[in-house]
Design a protein around this ligand. Structure first.
Ligand SMILES: *Cc1c(COP(=O)(O)O)cnc(C)c1O
Length: 388
């Protein structure tokens, strides 16, 4: 019979009985220090420099996107992507309630409001059926093609699904719905660097994808983010807007609109380039870690179940998530884990249950609420042997 003590022991064995076991810690066993020293020696630490361009090239090559624009963090990358997608104040952005708060915050910064669509219970990402249902039941197409929400009359300006914990949502179906409705698709791929749907990298199915390189993500630049896109004009506008909209001039400061200071500093890109060199190995190690948890859970018929990658997708298994039998079991596990020095945590409280988003429009959210009641994240750090 399954007992929480068995799971706690399994985690302690995996992490060699450390006194404190973090949820996710970064792995710096590559050329991080070499590149950082090189960057410092060059004196180009803050402005865009050679490491930024190499980092962007590595990202474009790895994801298969034509362009990657490195930015200060994932939140602002998402905000900028929404601005570039034409999201304006007063409009509505369809996203999921089960996400990290940054997704909804980025929408808020534009002056638009989020509207929350339910998730699929297996992927924990936006449900295409729920999206379709929302568009059919709660919106109408105005003359001229705009899609507006029935009660508020607000224009739907974008759709932002998220690939939760690195597991690809049903992004092909979502992309198809967006295309049919003429809605810009911006993927929050903050957590899914290294994850594919079919043979394509997450973040490459719509107009733009957004990646985060925060310290808790699969690779880190300290703080950082990126927009990936196939559209040369969007990439150019992302570069321009994120560097104070400064026009090219040998000595004059001329700015052609209100821009932002969102570009990734060279120092962060130096760290990121070294991280990128080991991304393939890190994904491999994360997948092995997940397999180990899966094998553990397979030994019980009445225990929690690991959230697995959807068939036809390949997850980076950045952060392992388990579904407990009921909310009481999840609660008991989290209390026991905290007491044992193990940083397990609950899945995020869904956005419609946070006070600043409680009044926003939302779908039925049955699967979102079920996920919140029963799902927790388990320690998921991996370490690689050092190179040179
Ligand atoms: C981490 C994360 C972000 C924001 O990235 P930062 O780099 O931390 O600003 C956005 N969305 C999701 C789903 C995330 O997990």
């Amino acid at each position: 019979m399954y007992e929480h003590t068995a799971l706690l022991d399994q985690i302690k064995r995996t992490y060699n009985f450390a006194a404190q076991i973090p949820l996710h810690s970064p792995c710096f066993s590559g050329r991080e220090k070499n590149y950082l020293n090189e960057c410092i020696d060059s004196t180009f630490v803050s402005s865009t420099g050679p490491f930024v361009y190499q980092f962007e090239a590595a990202m474009a090559q790895y994801t298969g996107a034509r362009f990657a624009v490195a930015l200060v963090n994932g939140t602002q990358a998402l905000f900028l992507a929404l601005v570039l997608a034409g999201v304006e104040a007063g409009s509505l952005v369809l996203t999921q309630a089960l996400t990290f708060v940054a997704t909804a915050n980025a929408v808020s910064y534009t002056g638009a409001r989020p509207a929350f669509i339910d998730i699929d219970p297996d992927t924990l990402g936006m449900s295409p059926a729920a999206l379709m249902n929302f568009l059919e039941q709660r919106t109408r197409r105005k003359e001229g093609g705009q899609i507006v929400e029935l009660i508020t009359g607000r224009r739907i300006s974008a759709v932002v699904p998220m690939h939760t914990f690195g597991h690809a949502c049903r992004i092909e179906s979502i992309a198809k719905i967006c295309k049919e409705h003429g809605l810009p698709l911006v993927e929050d791929a903050a957590e899914s660097l290294g994850s594919l749907s079919g043979t394509r990298h997450t973040g490459t199915f719509g107009l733009m994808g957004v990646i985060s390189f925060n310290g808790n993500k699969i690779i880190t630049t300290g703080g950082g983010g990126a927009i990936i896109t196939d559209d040369p004009e969007l990439a150019a506008r992302a570069r321009h807007l994120s560097t104070t909209a400064k026009t090219d001039h040998p000595f004059e400061f001329v700015h052609d609109r209100v821009g932002y200071n969102f570009r990734m500093p060279n120092l962060n890109a130096a760290l990121g380039l070294a991280q990128f060199e080991r991304l393939g190995e890190l994904v491999q190690a994360h997948r092995q870690g997940a397999e180990k948890y899966a094998q553990f859970f397979d030994t019980f018929s009445d225990g929690p179940t690991l959230i697995r990658e959807r068939e036809g997708s390949r997850s980076n298994y950045w952060l392992n998530a388990v579904r407990f039998r009921d909310s009481a079991s999840k609660e008991r596990f989290l209390h026991a884990a905290v007491k044992a020095g193990i940083f397990a945590r609950s899945v995020w409280r869904p956005m419609h249950r946070l006070q600043m988003y409680a009044k926003d429009i939302h779908d039925s959210l049955i699967h979102t609420d079920e996920a919140y009641a029963t799902i927790a994240n388990l320690p998921s750090s991996v370490q690689l042997p050092a190179v040179n």
